[in-house]
Design a protein around this ligand. Structure first.
Ligand SMILES: C[S@@+](CC[C@H](N)C(=O)[O-])C[C@H]1O[C@@H](n2cnc3c(N)ncnc32)[C@H](O)[C@@H]1O
Length: 217
């Protein structure tokens, strides 16, 4: 089963202003911390696949740290924005791909990057299983997911108000994962958690790296 027309349409409409709206909602502080964390997760020999890259905000953070980055998204409108934002990188390729069922061969990538994708898709485990399929046997998965867990009630309420102001009522798929919930999903999809931490002073993000468990079928 693939990403639905409705999902496609929803994200396509947000594409033009998504970068600025998301920064307004989440705040730049947490993403500065995420950038520092992300840059430690990749090597200059890595061939990386990013699913749900959106406008390329996080692709840009790692592009000059890796050998090659294939940044993908379900919505062509997001890919258009990402093309503008990433045009200076000769090692970045942009493609329309559905994270549930990509066109890539088995075991082709050294690392996978998923930022703010799992909490918005209907079936996160299915996306993780597809990530497992396309990762090489010693490959790593790198996940960043903004979460309300670990935030005070007041800060969470302010975050919700900022979200409603920019994006309106959230789709019913939207949720917020704790570190334990994310770790459990990763295990279920055939990965072993290597590192997991909660980053951010106000808004929080769960940051996780995992290794492919090759015994998993
Ligand atoms: C919350 S945005 C995150 C974008 C980007 N990673 C960021 O954090 O700025 C979620 C992105 O996932 C994309 N998306 C939604 N469903 C998808 C699917 N089934 N496969 C791939 N991308 C998908 C949307 O088009 C959107 O660009």
């Amino acid at each position: 089963m693939s990403g639905s027309e409705a999902e496609h349409e929803y994200w396509g409409k947000l594409a033009r202003t998504f970068h600025y709206d998301a920064l307004y909602v989440v705040g730049s502080d947490v993403y500065q911390e995420v950038e520092g964390w992300l840059q430690k997760q990749f090597r200059d020999t890595d061939t990386v696949l990013e699913l749900g890259c959106g406008t390329g905000f996080f692709s840009e953070m790692i592009a000059d740290r890796v050998k090659h980055l294939t940044a993908t998204d379900l919505a062509p409108e997001m890919i258009e924005q990402a093309k503008n934002n990433l045009s200076q990188f000769s090692n970045v390729e942009l493609k329309i791909e559905d994270g549930y069922a990509t066109s890539f061969e088995d075991d082709g990538f050294d690392a996978l990057l998923l930022v703010n994708l799992l909490h918005i898709v209907e079936r996160p485990i299915a996306v993780l299983k597809e990530s497992h399929r396309v990762l090489s046997s010693d490959g790593r998965i790198v996940i960043v997911d903004v979460t309300g867990h670990g935030m005070s009630l007041l800060k969470k309420m302010k975050l919700v108000i900022r979200y409603l102001r920019k994006f309106g009522k959230p789709p019913s798929n939207n949720r917020s994962f704790s570190q334990d919930e994310l770790a459990a999903m990763i295990n279920e999809a055939g990965f072993t958690v290597e590192e997991i931490e909660l980053i951010g002073n106000d808004t929080k993000a769960v940051c996780l790296t995992g290794k492919k468990d090759v015994s998993y079928t």
